[in-house]
Design a binder for this molecule. Sequence first.
Ligand code: SF4
Length: 93
Amino acid sequence: MAADAPDLPSLGDLLNRPAWHRRAACRGIGPSTFFPKRGGNGREARAICARCPVTEQCLSYAMADDDTVGMWAGTSSNERVHLSKRPPEILAV
Ligand code: SF4
């Protein structure tokens, strides 16, 4: 594997999705879309997440685990780190 290749989720990870994931807009889309290469902007993933009915659950799930990588709810790992540093009232929708 190339040094800059993203760590893709294992099959076990993919099969252990929470129940809300059954309504996810990303179902059936290859994981590489949500793990953009270094320097990538994740534009395709963001477009899919923008029309997803479970974005709120997805973001909560990703924010609950600091080790979650890749695009979740239209956010990158770095963006979620920044979000986690905001006061909770700013995150409320
Ligand atoms: S918000 Fe995006 S990553 Fe999360 S479940 Fe929906 S489509 Fe998938």
